[in-house]
Design a protein around this ligand. Structure first.
Ligand SMILES: [Fe+2]
Ligand SMILES: [Fe+2]
Length: 411
């Protein structure tokens, strides 16, 4: 509610002044034609005037309104407030624009903006009040809709805020999850790199070991070749014989399905099988014609002599045993121990066959070369009785089916 310190002074005479002729008519015409509701009432709040604006705003004709208490237009919840304003106006106070409500004839509650002024008589006594009211229901409705719209907006903004907070929370969770994933991936990559380094180290060590192994193999072979060369210096025939026995023994091993390592063991056993002959005087070895029984006994000692030499060397293969056994025969007729059957190692049996075949094929100081066929006939004759039948079969297959040749040029 607004009040003014400088209220307009309205007297009843200015509304209906009988003594001033044309002015009164003009004023009455203004009041009557105003689109605002202009209503006046007496000291008992009884309506004394009711213009067209009031008829239009509230639906009552002037004859329906005049003579009734203004209270019949006021909603119950506004009565107390309106009564206070009325009392103030009766004391001569002008009540500036305030918002209130009135009830129309068709029971509609109409929002109004209104002012209330006291009416004075010519002596300055208050004789009633005058009210100007304007319909603001459209404005009110617009305001209300604006408030609702703003509330909706605020609600949506709040929802948006919550949604954004949810999104931000999810983004934060995603960031954390990604960081963890990144960390896990880094850990994995680190472990993979460590594994790679470890594997590289291992591969390096394996390569180094392979080089060492190759060097050892090379030096072993160099030592074996050196031993053969030493034999050759003194006894060229035996050196060549050992070489060919070694090659043939390896080929028999291959024919029997031995792996490369076992074949290599056979070759070296062959290369060294007669190394014990270094103890036999050169003149006996190179003696043309037949040797005496004493000389033959001496020759037979080469087996044990070779064994004793070779058993001191730590070969990757068992070399000394087949060397010791290369003159043994399945029927026990061989030397030095007269072993029979399975007592002789497979390598020993192979060396025996290779030794006989090479020796019979080649030239001997005491006889001419007999040729491979004679040698093969000899092992065929002793197959299963003197010589191992599988070894004999493998050897025969080499020569007769696979075209194997001992290096005949040297024979
Ligand atoms: Fe021998
Ligand atoms: Fe021999």
């Amino acid at each position: 509610m607004k009040t003014s310190s400088d209220p307009p002074h309205i007297s009843v005479g200015s509304l209906v002044p009988p003594s001033e002729g044309g002015v009164a008519e003009r004023l009455a015409a203004i009041v009557s034609g105003s689109t605002d509701a202009i209503v006046s009432n007496d000291l008992n709040n009884i309506i004394t005037s009711w213009n067209h604006g009031a008829e239009h705003l509230l639906g009552y004709l002037s004859q329906e309104a005049i003579g009734k208490s203004l209270d019949f237009l006021v909603p119950l919840d506004r009565l107390q407030e309106e009564n206070l304003i009325f009392q103030k106006a009766l004391k001569g106070e002008w009540i500036g624009t305030y918002e209130s409500d009135l009830i129309s004839k068709n029971k509609q509650r109409i929002a109004i903006s209104t002012t209330v002024s006291p009416i004075f008589d010519t002596n300055g006594n208050v004789i009633g009040t005058s009210r100007i009211a304007r319909d603001i229901s459209t404005q009110k409705k617009a305001q209300h809709e604006l408030i609702i719209a703003n509330q909706e907006k605020a609600k949506r903004a709040a929802e948006l805020l919550i949604a954004n907070e949810e999104k931000a929370k999810r983004v934060a969770e995603l960031v954390i999850a990604n960081k963890e994933l990144l960390f896990q991936n880094e850990e994995k990559a680190k472990r993979a790199a460590e594994l790679l380094i470890a594997n590289e180290e291992k591969a390096k060590r394996v390569a180094e070991l392979e080089i060492i192994h190759e060097k050892l193999q090379d030096s072993l072979m160099e030592t074996i070749v050196l031993a053969r060369e030493l034999v050759e210096l003194r006894d060229p025939y035996t050196a060549r014989h050992e070489k060919y026995v070694g090659e043939l023994a390896r080929a028999i091993g291959e024919q029997l399905g031995f792996d490369a390592d076992r074949q290599q063991g056979l070759r070296i056993a062959g290369y060294l099988h007669d190394i014990g002959k270094i103890i036999i005087p050169a003149e006996i070895l190179s003696k043309p014609g037949k040797i005496s029984a004493e000389e033959y006994a001496l020759v037979k000692n080469h087996v044990k002599a070779g064994y004793n030499l070779l058993k001191q060397i730590n070969f990757p293969w068992n070399i000394s045993r087949p060397v010791l056994e290369h003159h043994e025969r399945l029927d026990g007729g061989g030397y030095p121990n007269g072993l029979t059957g399975d007592q002789i190692s497979m390598e020993g049996r192979i060396l025996a066959v290779a030794d006989v075949v090479e020796a019979m094929s080649a030239y001997r100081p005491y006889r001419p070369a007999l040729g491979v066929e004679v040698a093969l006939a000899e092992i065929e004759r002793g197959r299963g009785s003197i010589y191992d039948e599988k070894v004999v079969d493998a050897c025969l297959a080499l020569f007769r089916e696979k075209g194997y040749k001992i290096n005949v040029e040297d024979h």
